[in-house]
Design a protein around this ligand. Structure first.
Ligand code: PNS
Length: 168
């Protein structure tokens, strides 16, 4: 069984992530999408919500499983009995961070390799952070996230804005 893990924050999942999930799942027997649930970052969506959103957009991919994890990616990869980590490279600006992460992971466990997918050109500029920023100011995010995700992002942002408003 060739198993790979695609770890990330996915806050929220974008069209770029989905493109990587599709292409990576075609290469392996099982692809586990691992949603990071570390306390250091304050995400817009809870880990459970992020898992559900990815499940909702990958329902047609029978060899894709979605789970959240805490701690090191490499430990999660081992628990999944996987040998590969999948990551997307959008632009040269991603390279330094991704290289450092891949090398760190390999120094922790030399049996685990990172496979990079170059992001499709039409998604190369999309990030979860820009999706949240555009949505925060009422911009159109339909080009950035799968259709099932659009209203969940606006809904969550509106909740946050209402909370902020009631506090000020
Ligand atoms: O989607 P992101 O935020 O770019 O994903 C980053 C992620 C989750 C892959 C990375 O932060 C990670 O692996 N975090 C878990 C902690 C860890 O394993 N750190 C060592 C690698 S530098």
């Amino acid at each position: 069984m060739k198993i790979a893990v695609y770890p990330g924050s996915f806050d929220p999942v974008t069209k770029g992530h989905l493109d990587i999930i599709r292409r990576a799942s075609a290469l392996v027997d099982e692809l586990v999408v691992g949603v990071l649930n570390n306390n250091a970052k304050t995400p817009l969506f809870s880990a459970e919500e992020r898992v559900t959103m990815i499940q909702d957009v990958t329902g047609d991919l029978k060899n894709v499983r979605v789970e959240y994890f805490s701690g090191l990616s490499v430990d999660f990869v081992r628990r999944c009995h996987a040998k590969f980590i999948v990551r997307g490279l959008r632009a040269v600006t991603d390279f330094e961070y991704e290289l450092q992460m891949a090398q760190t992971n390999r120094s922790i466990d030399g049996d685990i390799d990172t496979i990079f997918f170059t992001t499709a050109l039409n998604y190369a500029y999309i990030s979860s952070s820009t999706v949240k920023e555009v949505a925060w100011y009422g911009g159109d995010i339909t080009g950035f996230v799968p259709p099932e995700i659009v209203d969940r992002v606006y809904g969550k942002i509106q909740l946050l804005q209402a909370e902020k408003g009631s506090r000020s």
